[in-house]
Write a protein that binds this ligand. Structure first.
Ligand SMILES: [Zn+2]
Ligand SMILES: [Zn+2]
Length: 386
């Protein structure tokens, strides 16, 4: 089969490799019909999340069941499914309590500590040996373990484009809002208007926000936010975002701030110097802005990825303002059935953020366009096909 193979930072190629096979009774083999490139894939491409061996990329994918292990009871050959990006067993303590990204049984490098290079959470598709070393779905075929727990059938009435983003970015944006426990009418400021930020904007409206503000540094992404999600917009390169948010909120700040950027934020020179001195990877400038822009007693949720420790974390501000914070990867399994319902009932449209559809064979070019944000790129779907 053809697959998008990561070799080393900066080097992802479409190549011919062996087809996957059933390895465990709970596996299926999926023939991938659509797969997307995620912002978090760039952390691997850019070397922020290390991977020594070759690996098939991709954790956002859907397709048709091609083969079924003899322990699978819920799926048959020919079923059309979307697949949550975390790999989870479905029966451990964490899976049983709505925390599938912490599954105890899917990742050999699993552990309670959450260190930089070991003791990680549950496995993820196509997300390095730290997260289980599973081949991803930017390929013609992919092995899906624990297939009775992860994959969900979707209506044939829906196109791939309408439901592919249920695998990651919509549940991730939804988590950021769900964790903030809105009562209705809140001002929600979402830092980062990439794919996850755009999905968080949709989720904020669906969960009753009174005002949604998108903050980014690229006008074309803010234009999409305004068009797709009817939000207020702030370009943080042209305006003081924190001051603007205070002006919009009687000087108090937003009820909820969401960090949908993570460690690979655009960095000021000073921040780069600081990061070099402290041997940090990336930046926490967006998280610092969220902590400044949120009102006293408000909530900051973080779905952008952070992979290393940071010194000078503004603990004083978090304490003085009494901020509630929640971080992490989306427990997709917990939310996905409700979210599929929202798509099927037309309560939300997800594919209005799609800007590029390309063949899997052009994966190197696709990553390049996505990484450099060329051609007003927001989200890329790759189409396999022999
Ligand atoms: Zn993703
Ligand atoms: Zn589990």
């Amino acid at each position: 089969m053809k697959a998008a193979v990561f070799h080393k930072p900066g080097d992802i190629q479409s190549e011919s490799i062996a087809d996957p096979v059933i390895e465990q009774p709970g596996d299926i083999i999926l023939r991938v019909t659509s797969t997307a490139i995620c912002g978090s894939d760039l952390h691997i491409l850019n070397g922020f999340v290390p991977q020594a061996k070759d690996m098939v990329m991709g954790h956002e994918f859907m397709g048709i069941v091609e083969d079924v292990g003899n322990g699978v009871s819920k799926l048959r050959v020919g079923d059309r499914v979307v697949v949550p990006f975390p790999i989870a067993c479905g029966h451990c303590f964490f899976c049983s309590n709505g925390m599938s990204t912490n599954c105890e049984h899917s990742n050999p490098k699993y552990g309670p500590e959450g260190n930089i290079l070991d003791n990680k959470g549950g496995a993820l598709f196509g997300y390095t040996d730290l997260y289980g070393g599973y081949a991803g779905g930017q390929a013609e075929f992919v092995r899906v373990p624990f297939a009775d727990f992860g994959p969900r059938k979707v209506s044939d009435q829906l196109t791939d484009e309408q439901c592919l983003f249920l695998t990651d970015i919509f549940p991730t944006g939804w988590s950021a809002i769900d964790w903030a426990m809105l009562k209705g009418g809140e001002t929600v400021a979402i830092f980062g208007s990439g794919p996850v930020g755009l999905m968080a904007q949709k989720a904020a409206w669906l969960k009753g926000a009174g005002r949604v503000i998108a903050i980014d540094i690229l006008d074309y992404r803010l234009a999409m936010a305004k068009k797709a999600n009817n939000v207020d917009i702030i370009n943080a390169h042209k305006q003081d975002a924190i001051e603007m948010i205070r002006q919009m909120t009687h000087g108090r700040g937003a009820d909820v701030c969401v960090d949908a950027v993570g460690m690979e934020a655009d960095r000021s020179f000073l921040d780069k110097v600081k990061a070099t001195i402290h041997v940090e990877k990336g930046s926490m400038s967006v998280l610092e802005d969220c902590i400044k822009a949120v009102r006293r007693g408000g909530t900051v949720t973080v779905v952008g990825v952070y992979g290393t420790p940071f010194d000078n974390f503004p603990l004083h501000r978090v304490f003085d303002k009494g901020i509630m914070m929640r971080f992490g990867q989306a427990p997709v399994h917990k939310y996905i059935d409700e979210l599929i319902g929202l798509v099927e009932n037309g309560k939300v449209v997800l594919n209005d953020i799609l800007t590029h559809t390309m063949p899997l064979s052009e994966v190197s070019k696709a990553y390049d366009i996505f990484k450099k944000k060329e051609d007003n790129c927001v989200k890329v779907i790759l189409k396999p096909g022999r």
